[in-house]
Design a protein around this ligand. Structure first.
Ligand SMILES: Nc1ncnc2c1ncn2[C@@H]1O[C@H](COP(=O)(O)OP(=O)(O)OP(=O)(O)O)[C@@H](O)[C@H]1O
Ligand SMILES: [Mg+2]
Length: 415
């Protein structure tokens, strides 16, 4: 007989958890490795214990079993989730299955029924993964032309990282696109923190190997979920200086062949690697808030992009973050002032934004119906529905920078 299945039991009633443990104590095929009393604890225990199977109740508070299933099945897709319900919860069950549950049991159930359902769900899932594994999940396709979207702003703290991470999750999880999220806030990147991920590699591994081809790049990507991978920023701020524009050009050429979307989070300045990313981008989501200092900087930034860098106007999409009708500048005044239409508005929700950041679970996963998540959904659809035509560019920001610094074309150094 193989190893026993490692099971996590999630139910808000301690009595139910105890009965289930008793029921399973005679079963050698199943080992209960932990228990949790609500969805939030379930997510934490799933990350910590990495069980094979989770037996999950539906109605729990504050975080219910459906929300927890949605988060776990995205973040830890190999864990099999089996729901427990009572008669009459058909609609909830349907939602749970859509969220990623593999099977369900209706209470009351017998010990045999329980063991059979858990084992069967696990075996079916293992077969599925075997098939997926036999042909790589993310093949490199030289003809593929993934779209590069850079989230940028002329001001710090306006929500770039919040938007980039939630956008990447939404595109990969809800729209089922293959996405790579690149943390190009090189000195102080916090994408991994916001996603509660612990990448073993960073962009510095690629700088050190000098190999920017597909296989090498695949190896340093951290898999967050089936459809989302992350390229992490350096562990230490001083390492940021090792990355130059030429690296980013090569990196992005490779990443294009590996995903449908490459989402890039940036620091607010026009540093050389960020300029290289802006040059290569199909679309730049410029984030503004509705206050005069930020709008002034965004206007300057748009002027540089149009007049100096010669980017086509439709390459830039204006995103208003923390949009709110009752404070700040009116959006119509903003559009007149900047001479560009607003592509998406993301409302302010400090409580959700901060609790999502602290828990490491993006709000589009934990609260997909919240207004702030709807704002991200609007942005994703605006981007997905209007792919920007790639244009051949004359001067680029990155080689302009090289000229200003008297370096000539920096591409010659590394390409
Ligand atoms: N729509 C929003 N509503 C409320 N709070 C928000 C919203 N978007 C972002 N925030 C909060 O604003 C703060 C800054 O957000 P974030 O880190 O995403 O900005 P940033 O532009 O990436 O900052 P930096 O320039 O430091 O990298 C965070 O505390 C975040 O939770
Ligand atoms: Mg940031």
């Amino acid at each position: 007989m193989g190893d026993p299945l490692r099971l996590l039991i999630v139910d808000d009633a301690a009595f139910t958890r105890d009965s289930l443990k008793k029921l399973l104590s005679f079963q050698q095929a199943i080992q209960v490795v932990g228990e949790a009393g609500d969805g939030e604890e379930a997510i934490l225990k799933a990350r910590e214990l990495q069980p094979d199977v989770i037996l999950m109740d539906i109605n729990m508070s504050p975080v219910d079993g459906i929300s927890a299933t949605r988060v776990i099945s995205t973040e830890l897709p190999r864990i099999v989730i089996v729901m427990m319900s009572v008669q009459g919860e058909q609609e909830y069950l349907r939602q749970a299955m859509t969220a990623g549950a593999r099977d369900y049991l209706t209470k009351p159930f017998s010990g045999d029924e329980l063991v059979h359902t858990l084992q069967n769900a696990y075996v079916m899932e293992a077969k599925r993964w075997q098939q997926v594994g036999s042909h790589s999940l993310h093949p490199i396709d030289k003809q593929r032309k993934g779209e590069i979207i850079t989230v940028f702003s002329a001001k710090g703290g306006v929500g770039k990282t919040t938007i980039a991470t939630n956008l990447a999750i939404l595109l990969s999880h809800e729209l089922e696109k293959d996405v790579i999220l690149v943390d190009l806030d090189l000195p102080f990147g916090d994408v991994a923190v916001l996603l509660d991920a612990e990448p073993r590699h960073t962009i510095i591994d690629l700088v050190q190997s000098g190999d920017w081809q597909g296989e090498a790049v695949q190896k340093v990507l951290h898999r967050y979920s089936e459809k989302l991978r992350i390229l992490a920023a350096p562990y230490r701020p001083e390492e940021a200086e090792l990355v130059i524009g030429g690296h980013i050009k090569q990196l992005l050429a490779t990443l294009r062949t590996m995903a449908d979307y490459i989402i890039i989070d940036t620091a607010q300045s026009f540093q050389e690697p960020v300029l290289a990313a802006l040059d290569e981008s199909d679309c730049i989501a410029i984030v503004t808030t509705l206050d005069i200092p930020t709008i002034k900087n965004v206007r300057l930034c748009l002027e540089v992009m149009q007049d100096v860098l010669d980017y086509p106007i439709d390459k830039t999409k204006l995103v208003v973050n923390r949009a709110s009708g009752d404070i700040g500048i009116k959006t119509s005044v903003l559009e007149d002032n900047l001479g560009i239409g607003i592509s998406a508005q993301i409302p302010s929700d400090g409580r959700l934004a901060i609790s999502a950041a602290n828990s490491g679970t993006p709000f589009v996963l934990s609260h997909p119906k919240a207004a702030i998540s709807e704002g991200i959904r609007g942005l994703a659809h605006a981007l997905a529905e209007s792919p920007v035509e790639r244009t051949s560019r004359g001067i680029t920001g990155w080689n302009l920078l090289g000229r200003l610094l008297g370096h000539g074309d920096p591409s010659s150094e590394v390409l």
